[in-house]
Ligand binder design. Structure first.
Ligand code: THU
Length: 127
């Protein structure tokens, strides 16, 4: 899948979001080192801190399917007119699985960042 198709797939994934409290439906697609894509959407909870972000859901989907090295994350919110960058917790989750680059949908098309730009010096135990 090329980058535009990944963003389109993230937007499609956002349609499955469960976001009755914020009204902010987010979708994410992660691509692993073998080129396999896994999607996720945010799921909210009446106990607000129990909410799971779209990126976290997609990473859980990939890792629980056997992936260990992730290359790319694409994220899109279908309810915002501003760009919605991944939260800090999701950035740290991306560090764990070696994500290289992050595509973020926005009103003027998507932007691309390296994960290092989004979270310099992310935490990792020494290998
Ligand atoms: N959200 C995500 O899914 N990803 C992010 O990176 C930021 C926020 C979700 C969580 C919550 O359901 C809603 O957006 C509002 O914060």
């Amino acid at each position: 899948m090329d980058d535009r198709a990944l963003i389109a797939a993230a937007r499609e994934a956002a349609r499955h979001a469960y976001a009755p409290y914020s009204g902010f439906r987010v979708g994410a697609v992660v691509v692993d080192a073998d080129g396999k894509a896994y999607s996720g959407a945010n799921l909210e909870n009446s106990a607000y801190p129990s909410t799971v972000c779209a990126e976290a859901a997609a990473i859980a989907h990939a890792v629980s399917s056997g992936a260990r090295k992730l290359d790319t994350v694409a994220v899109a919110c279908i309810d915002a007119d501003e760009i919605g960058y991944p939260c800090g917790n999701c950035r740290q989750m991306m560090v764990e699985f070696g994500v290289d680059r992050v595509l973020v949908d926005g009103p003027d098309g998507h932007v691309e960042h390296t994960l290092e730009e989004l979270i310099p010096h992310g935490f990792k135990f020494a290998e």
